[in-house]
Structures are given as structure tokens and as C-alpha cells.
Design a binder for this molecule. Sequence first.
Ligand code: PHE
Length: 341
Amino acid sequence: MLPDLAQIEKKALQLLESVQDEASLEAWRIANLGRSSLLMLVFDQLGKLAKDERPVVGRRANEVKRALESAFSDRSNTLHETALQHSLQAERLDITLPGRAIPHGRLHPATISLRTAIRAFADMGFQVYRSPEVDTDEYNFGLLNMPPDHPARDMWDTFFTSMPNVSLRPHTSPGQIHVMRQYAPEPIRAILPGMCYRYEQINARKETQFYQLEVLAVGKNISLGDLKGTVSDFARRIFGQKIRTRFRASYFPFTEPSAEYDFECLLCNGKGCIVCAGTGWLEIGGCGMVHPIVLKNGGYDPAEFSGFAAGLGTERIMMLKHHIDDIRYFWSNDMRFLEQF
Ligand code: PHE
């Protein structure tokens, strides 16, 4: 039996030489060290040997087994190492390549501008009130003292919807009625920010959508002086103490008296440019003392209460601040513009 064992060992080690991958290594293990391998057969037959032969053959069989097991694990290590080297070569990772930058989101400049304006008014004690972007004819016009067919409705080129009497709000003023109806007869100091839509001829100053911020104060003894002071203070909070403001008498059906107010054009320092249409002033919005009929529609007694209202276009503020000479940049999605803020 000893020559058999020598033969088994020699043959097995020879075969192992030619094993090149994990699968044939496993096949080799089953054939040479598995249950029905020749080597195991020797162990099975030990019992049948003569008493004095048993320990000699047994020891030798164990030697062969250990030799094969250690050759197996050596081979296995070599195969692993080769496979690793191979994949390192094939899937080479260049750690000197710069990493991919994670794209950072940012706020849209129109949002930044709206929030800056909101903050300035919040500092003056105004609360934010949200009113609908799509509203009824009654709120957009009727309750603001513009009955159907009132010619003043022409001032707002409105987007109508396929639903009768429902339109995209052309201004934030309908929010005045919403907030008054919610709080009457409490005094109000609120701002109503939001997107407005107008069927406009688009140019450097006008877009079909823009943010507006409505300012409303209702209470006892509120005067035109409060209105002018609030608007001028807002201008100074945003542009610094030197900014000049002016009020021009105007007309709105929902305020009396009414005015439009301008901030000095900072793009040309009042000299006149394409953004301010050569006037040196940029129109920011309309304002006035809340009309008695509107106060009544909101649930306040005009004999007891008065109020002021103003609307401002917040993209215009951003334009003044950053010398942007065309409002169309805001919604034309040019990243070169948007990424600057
Ligand atoms: N809603 C008016 C507009 O969009 C502006 C305005 C607001 C005027 C408040 C007076 C008072 O033109």
C-alpha cells in the first residue's frame, strides 16, 4: 500500500500543476481529497490491514493528506493573487483624476429678490399672508371696485381660463379682500407676495409673469404719510439711505387717492437708460389709500377705519440692485445668468 500512496501523491501534485482557475481547483479537490478519492479509499481500508502494517500506512496516508491539503491551499492562494493582479490591470482606477463635482442647487434670483423684500417688510412688522394665484373675477376685479365692464379693467391684460369667471391673478390686490375678510375688524399690517400673470407685450421691462408683493395696512388713523413713509423706508432698507423715491398722482379704482412710485434708476444713476426708458426713474409699483368701497367689501367700516395699499414688482428691485438691464433674463432659463446669484 505504501507504493500506492506515493503514486497517489505524485499524480495528484502533477495534476494540480495544470489547474488554472477556481472551478478546476474545486474539481481537483473533490477528485483527490473528496469522499471517494483514492486517498480516502486507503483510509477506509486501514481496518483490513495487518496490525503491524496499520500505523505505518496510517501515518503515511496522513502525511500525504496534509501534503495535498497544503499544496491545495498554496495553489488556491496563487490563483487568488493572479486573479487580483489581473483585475487590477484590467479595471485600472486612476486616482489622480479629479472627482465629479456634486451639483449644488440654488435659489432662483426672482425668489431671492422676493425674499429680500419680504424680510425688509417683516422687519417693519408686516406679516406674510398667502392668497390664491388663480382667483375669481369677483376678487380679481369686482370687489376691488371694478364692476363687470368697468373700463379700468383694461389696465390689466388678463389671462382667462376655460372656466367662466376664473382668471390667473393679474395683480396681488385681490389678496387685500381675502386678508381683510379673514381679520376684520382687527387692524392689519400684512404683505401678500406671489406670482402674477399678464397678457403683455414682452420687453426689457415687462414680462407675462412676475412676482408682486402687496402691502396692506388697515387700522384707525392710517394716513397717506404712513404710506409714503413705509414705501420710502423700504427703499432705504434695500438700497441704503441715499436712494431717492418719488410719488406721482395716478389712478386705481381700489385706492383714493392713488399714486405710482418710482425709485431712482441705479443703473444710470438717474441719467436715463434703456431700462428706465430714459427717465432716470424706475417705476416700482402703484399705491394709495384703500378706497372706502374696498374697505367695506373687506368688512371694515370706512367711517372708522382707513388703510393704505401698495404693490411692488420684486424683479424690478433685483434689477436695480444688480444692474440687470432686461427683465426677460429671469424666465429665459439661461444658466449663465441664473448661476450668478
Ligand atoms: N395692483 C396694482 C397693479 O398691479 C398696484 C397697486 C397695488 C395699486 C395697491 C394700488 C394699491 O398695478
